[in-house]
Design a protein around this ligand. Structure first.
Ligand code: IFM
Length: 797
């Protein structure tokens, strides 16, 4: 079943049926003021922190209530509906609705009984409040007497948990006031005081463009007892009773009544934010100018489209284009900005950035905004401990140079992370390589950055310590020790257990640092790396290769995990893809390992993380057994590794396979059977249920997932073959053989590249020749200084 389509021109996803299998969400705002909104206007808002700055209430694990509700009432008949299909939920045979999720705005239009409505929701650029613009038009032939109600349900406490759970306290700390066309809510304040700036205890919900006829500041007075958001008593009656909150739940409900002649339009702008009386009046006043909202929407589009336009592709697959040009890219930015802090699944309680997740999230935006990426790389380097390891969780109030570490009880107590993980700092290598490759900023290697706990070093020095961290923590076979865990949170090999995934990461990190060392003319270190990398190569090859696959690891007690002989979990995805990505596997091993993946792990919805799922033979430490078979780490189709297998197949020149995996797991490819996937068809989720599940193909945990960045890298670097390094750009596409031509517009180190790839002979990898501005090149590599401002590149496959 299909619920919508991609409007590539507008960079919007258009939902044409509002009864989607789950609320399909969009993100508005910035780190200073965030908002999440569904296609039925459900969702919540927060200032800075999803957990501690919550201002609009949301009920987790319900559908998507409450939300930014706009009710419309025909005052002659008493009939009422909402500007989004829900919460009133009129019969879809007579109520027409469309939702356009765009880049940082959502527009919902409806038509019912001769009235069209358009509700536009956004957070203006660089502002910390949100705008709901309601336009109503009378498309009937008669005069209409109408009422509009705007409803915002404030939290009683900015702390999400206090608001939801500690009711004996939070029900008795708020009051509301009606002043100048707005409801003002105060928390823990006995009287309303005008202050300079907000102290975080005052919120407002006001409107411009109409006089408020009646209002409620009390939720129950608006909804009525034993009613729902679908039938509030105030809307049913046609007016609020001007009841303000004192000791219960507060809200902002603003009612206005007016008449519309045939063809006439009315615009009301509602604004919600955390501001005091005086400041909110000033904000509202600015919207008396009718052109402001259009100008602000244009600014938002210019900002976001400006970033996305740094990389645009045109291939024969419209789904691939929509994901790479708009939705995967926008998701990468959202994941980069919000980490795992606020969605319909994450309520924001984790107080910080996960090290590995964040360092990987950065990779998804480097080709679009290297400067933004650089800032976050600096931050993450400042969260590396002086022993070279990463802090598993980097607190939001991280204070570089003064932090405790997993060796301190205080850190463990504050974060819940008991020990170092084996992989955290190793993610820095590909991320920094990608950043320097995209920007050409080799000087970054010399920049001095503090460590989390004490001391400082150059970026190059930080990376050397990361290598040292792994070299100083080895298992009995001289592979890097598993420590608390590797990428797989559900796999405990034991502190001295050994993980092939981490071994491949370390091997790859050594190759990367060798290139950096050459740039830094550090010959002594190159010699050292050559020696230890050679030894690591021999160890991995002798211990971990088994016929047609790499094993997953060796437990502390010597037990091999992921052997062909195992009754369960005998085949694991990540060791195979990373054997290729790291450059360790030879051609034959790579071919065999990837073939085993296809044979044993591939499904119509992507590649399973491992198989068979644990049911009867889990070893102690195989925490994945907690999940139902074919779910999450227990044999589910974990989405993040899909990007790695796409990349690995591309690096082998297998364009058909790489695209097969893209197709299987890509949300856009499921658009026509969205009822199976359930999740938004325009964003990746954390995982998809696989073969053992009665709901094979159903995906979960929308938006905030490392999948955004790995799939982006798999497609941009892998399938499209954009492979920058320290000194230039290699162009090595691996595309499906039936793609006869693709074009790519890319900004590279400030220069524009118009790349055309011609594939008349139906190749899936490799190239015959390449031209830069009409001049035939020696190979498929472009040195930076051969570029002009505008460049035409032709690569013939
Ligand atoms: O790698 C982890 C990630 O850090 C958190 N989510 C699950 C992934 C796989 O275990």
């Amino acid at each position: 079943m299909k619920y919508g389509y991609f409007d590539e021109e507008q960079k919007e996803y258009v939902i044409t049926r509002p009864d989607t299998p789950a609320p399909w969400a969009n993100y508005l705002g910035s780190p200073d003021y965030g908002a999440i909104i569904s296609n039925n206007a459900g969702g919540y808002s927060f200032v800075k922190s999803g957990a501690n700055g919550r201002i609009l209430r949301y009920h987790f694990n319900s559908d998507d209530t409450p939300g930014r509700y706009l009710y419309i009432r025909d005052d002659a008949s008493g009939d009422y509906w909402s500007a989004s299909w829900q919460p009133v939920g009129k019969d879809l045979a007579v109520y027409k609705n469309e939702c356009r999720h765009g880049t940082a705005y959502t527009k919902i239009t409806a038509e019912y009984q001769g009235i069209t409505s358009e509700a536009l929701y956004y957070v203006p650029l660089n502002k910390t409040y949100e705008v709901w613009r309601l336009r109503l038009q009378n498309t009937s032939q008669t005069e209409r007497k109408l009422s509009a109600f705007g409803y915002a349900e404030f939290t009683n406490d900015s702390n999400y948990e206090q608001d939801q759970i500690n009711l004996q306290y939070t029900l008795f700390i708020t009051k509301t006031y009606f002043k100048n066309n707005k409801i003002l809510q105060t928390i823990n304040q006995n009287e309303l005081k005008d202050k300079e700036g907000s102290n975080g205890k005052e919120r407002f919900f006001g409107c411009v463009g109409t006089e408020v006829t009646s209002y409620n500041g009390d939720k129950t007075a608006f909804l009525g007892s034993y009613r729902t958001y679908g039938n509030p008593i105030a809307v049913e009656k046609g007016h609020c009773d001007n009841v303000l909150n004192y000791n219960s739940n507060s809200c902002g409900a603003l009612h206005s009544s007016f008449t519309l002649q045939p063809g006439e339009t009315k615009e009301i702008v509602y604004i919600l934010g955390r501001y005091n009386d005086k400041d909110s009046d000033e904000i509202l006043k600015a919207y008396e100018d009718p052109g402001v909202t259009e100008k602000e929407i244009q600014e938002l589009k210019d900002y976001w489209h400006g970033k996305l336009n740094n990389f645009q592709v045109n291939t024969p697959s419209s789904e691939f284009n929509s994901m790479i040009n708009t939705w995967n890219a926008y998701q990468c930015f959202i994941t980069f900005i919000w980490s795992r802090a606020a969605s319909f699944i994450y309520c924001g309680q984790r107080n910080g950035y996960g090290y590995r997740d964040t360092v990987q999230d950065i990779q998804g935006i480097i080709h679009l905004d290297p400067a933004m990426a650089k800032e976050r790389i600096r931050f993450m380097l400042s969260a590396q401990v002086d022993n070279g390891g990463g802090l598993p969780l980097v607190k939001y109030d991280h204070n570089a140079g003064n932090e405790d570490t997993p060796d301190d009880y205080s850190y463990v107590q504050a974060t819940g992370h008991p020990a170092y993980r084996a992989d955290d700092a190793l993610w820095l290598f590909p991320t920094i390589l990608k950043y320097i490759g995209e920007s050409g900023d080799t000087g970054f290697l010399k920049e001095v950055i503090p460590y989390a706990n004490k001391e400082e070093d150059t970026v190059y020095g930080h990376l050397k310590r990361a290598i040292r961290f792994s070299m100083e923590r080895q298992g009995d076979h001289k592979m890097p020790a598993g420590l608390h865990a590797d990428w797989n949170d559900c796999l405990r090999l034991g502190k001295k257990g050994e993980s092939t995934f981490v071994a491949f990461q370390l091997y790859y990190a050594m190759s990367i640092i060798k290139d950096f060392a050459k740039d830094q003319k550090d010959s002594e270190y190159i010699e050292y790396i050559n020696k230890v990398q050679g030894e690591l190569f021999d160890t991995i090859q002798s211990l971990c290769w088994e016929d047609d696959r790499y094993i997953r690891g060796i437990k502390e007690d010597g037990q091999v995990i992921g052997s062909k002989k195992d009754a369960e979990a005998s085949m694991w995805l990540n060791p195979q893809s990373w054997a290729v990505i790291s450059g360790l596997a030879d051609r034959e091993q790579g071919e065999a390992a990837l073939e085993s993946v296809h044979r044993e792990l591939n499904t119509p919805y992507g590649v399973r993380l491992m198989a068979p799922s644990f049911v009867d033979h889990a070893f102690p430490g195989a925490l994945a057994i907690l999940f139902n078979p074919s779910t999450k780490e227990n044999g589910g189709i974990f989405s993040q590794p899909q990007g790695w297998i796409i990349l690995a197949e591309s690096l082998m020149g297998h364009g058909n396979r790489a695209f097969e995996y893209f197709k299987g797991s890509s949300p856009a490819m499921q658009n026509d059977h969205a009822e199976i996937r359930v999740l938004e068809p325009y964003v990746h989720g954390q995982f998809t249920e696989s073969t053992d599940s009665p709901f094979e193909g159903r995906s979960h945990v929308h938006w905030l997932t490392g999948t955004a960045s790995t799939v982006m890298v798999g497609c941009v670097e892998g399938i499209l073959g954009m492979r920058p390094d320290l000194y230039g750009l290699r162009i090595a596409p691996s595309i499906p053989s039936d793609w006869k031509e693709i074009t790519i517009k890319k900004v590279f180190r400030g220069k524009s590249l118009n790349i055309r790839v011609e594939n008349k002979d139906g190749a899936e990898g490799g190239y015959k020749e390449m031209y830069l501005n009409g001049v035939r090149q020696e190979d498929n590599y472009i040195v930076e200084n051969s570029l002009k401002e505008e460049n035409e590149i032709l690569l013939v496959m």
